[in-house]
Structures are given as structure tokens and as C-alpha cells.
Design a binder for this molecule. Structure first.
Ligand SMILES: NC(=O)c1ccc[n+]([C@@H]2O[C@H](COP(=O)([O-])OP(=O)(O)OC[C@H]3O[C@@H](n4cnc5c(N)ncnc54)[C@H](O)[C@@H]3O)[C@@H](O)[C@H]2O)c1
Length: 255
């Protein structure tokens, strides 16, 4: 069976859906004939994007650091499609580089509330629904980071939040394994998305070189290189892998 046939008709939830990874994932799943439930901060951007995709699409705008967004997103998904097959918790943010001692409390709280609590809120709603629906081959994929696997100088609170995502992933995988729900995390290093473009200091021509200094493959990831691994994690054919953190990091975590 082809990849596209395995995914056709699946109900796929994606947060951060108008961003770099989220947008590319939504396009890929739409091409495969999936039905989509997309969320991000901006309603107008979601509407324009959903119209481009040409597939059956629910959109729910909201801030993932508010637990109500996760509740509304899941409720609208189930109202429209009756179930969830795949949920990709991808929304996230990063702040400019700063050592921990220079990190202000408000920005640390914001990072944690979006990148860690946001994933908790979303997974909690998704798992409640998955427990209520008939047993199937449902899967949750959380987008962590290589900063969820190793320390990240200058990105300490982001690294803590992304480590938290891995703790949530492993725990949910264990708690729901017997129901056949698979839960995995994907851990990219810097990829060429808007998040990284914004973090790159545009006045400094060496900024990209600096960013890839510690990457054994000595380059940024391309969006598609990350999307392929997320799709592998979601693939119904990948039926015995759960609780794992898949590094897509050009070798960083092997150092
Ligand atoms: N780009 C990278 O190099 C990289 C590396 C490792 C991990 N990641 C992770 O990948 C995920 C996607 O990032 P991306 O690179 O596509 O970035 P991006 O900035 O292109 O997309 C992130 C999306 O999340 C949305 N978002 C941000 N805060 C939100 C909030 N509070 N509520 C709802 N939506 C919110 C943004 O609007 C945006 O559309 C993030 O979790 C990020 O931490 C990215």
C-alpha cells in the first residue's frame, strides 16, 4: 500500500499550522487526502491557508498557552469529523538567545506556558477523546527539539520546556500503550523556518555559520527533512514505535 493510501481519509490535527513545519505538514496531509483540523494564533491567516489546501478543514484560532484553546480545538474537530486519528502538537516559540542569568522571568514564563503547558493542554484533550472513541491506530506526535535532548546554551528555558515535552510524550505513551495509542516526539535542530530566520541576527553575515557551528553535518535542516520524519512517526505502518524521541539534528545528539 502506498504512503498516500495509508493516510487517505485520516483526521489530522495540527497546531502552529500556518508556520514553517506546520504549514508544510498540512500541505503534505492535504495532498494525501486527509481531513484537517488546524489551529494557530491568527484567524485570518488560517482562513487563507485552509482555502488554499482544497481539503475538508476545521480551523480554530487561539493561543495554545490558554487551556481553553485546546478544549475548543478538540471539540470542533470531533464535532466535524467524529474522531481523531493523528494529532501533531507543533505550535511553539523561541526567544532571542540569552544566558539563564540574563533571562527575564516573564519571557521564561511565556516560553514555558506555550512550549510545555501548551503541549500538555492539547494532549490532555486529545487523550480524553482517544479514550472515548473506539480503539484504532491513533497517534500523537509532539514537536520537541534537539534542545529537548541536550543542553542548549543561550536557550535554557526553551530547552527546559522541550525536555518537558519529552517527559509528557514518554508518560502518555506508557499510559495509553495498551489502548494502541502511539505517542512520539520529533526533535529537530535548527531548520530553515521563519522561527529561525527571526532568531538569526540579520545584521551579522556570520549568524548562520555561528548557528550551525555545533552541527556535525554543518548546516541547517531543510523543512522537508523534518516533515519526512514527522510523517514517519505518524505512519500507520510504523505501528510498534511509541514513547520515542526522534532526533533530526545532523548528528548533534550523537556527540
Ligand atoms: N525551526 C527550527 O529550527 C526548530 C528546531 C527545533 C524545534 N522547532 C519546533 O518546531 C515547532 C514549529 O516551529 P517552526 O520552526 O515551524 O516555527 P514557526 O515560527 O514557523 O511556526 C510556529 C507556529 O506556531 C505558532 N504559535 C506560536 N506561539 C503560539 C501560541 N502561543 N499559540 C498558538 N500558536 C502559536 C506560530 O504562530 C507559528 O505559526 C515549534 O514547536 C518549534 O519549537 C523548530
Amino acid at each position: 500500500m502506498t504512503e498516500s493510501a495509508r493516510f487517505a481519509g485520516k483526521v489530522v490535527m495540527i497546531s502552529g499550522a500556518t508556520g514553517g513545519f506546520g504549514g508544510a505538514l498540512a500541505r503534505r496531509f492535504a495532498q494525501w487526502g486527509c481531513r484537517l483540523s488546524l489551529t494557530d494564533l491568527n484567524q485570518a491567516e488560517l482562513e487563507v491557508f485552509a482555502a488554499e489546501l482544497g481539503t475538508d478543514c476545521v480551523i480554530v484560532a487561539g493561543d495554545m498557552s490558554d487551556s481553553d484553546t485546546a478544549a475548543r480545538w478538540t471539540e470542533h474537530t470531533v464535532q466535524r469529523f467524529g474522531k481523531i486519528d493523528i494529532a501533531i502538537n507543533n505550535a511553539g516559540m523561541v526567544t532571542p538567545f540569552a544566558r539563564l542569568l540574563d533571562t527575564d522571568v516573564l519571557s521564561a514564563q511565556r516560553i514555558f506556558s506555550v512550549d510545555a503547558m501548551g503541549v500538555f493542554y492539547a494532549m490532555r484533550e486529545q487523550l480524553i477523546q482517544l479514550e472515548a472513541q473506539p480503539r484504532g491506530d491513533a497517534v500523537i506526535v509532539n514537536i520537541s527539539s534537539v534542545a529537548g535532548l541536550v543542553g542548549a546554551p543561550g536557550l535554557g528555558v526553551y530547552a527546559a520546556a522541550k525536555h518537558a515535552v519529552i517527559g509528557l510524550t514518554k508518560t502518555a505513551a506508557l499510559e495509553h500503550a495498551r489502548r494502541g495509542v502511539r505517542v512520539n516526539a520529533v526533535c529537530p535542530s535548527f531548520a530553515r523556518t521563519e522561527m529561525v530566520a527571526n532568531a538569526l541576527d540579520t545584521d551579522n553575515a556570520d549568524a548562520e555559520k555561528h548557528m550551525v557551528r555545533g552541527v556535525p553535518m554543518a548546516r541547517l535542516a531543510e523543512i522537508d527533512e523534518v516533515v519526512r520524519v514527522v510523517c514517519f512517526a505518524c505512519d500507520p505502518a510504523n505501528s510498534f514505535m511509541t514513547g520515542q524521541s526522534l532526533a533530526v539534528d545532523g548528528g548533534i545528539s550523537a556527540c
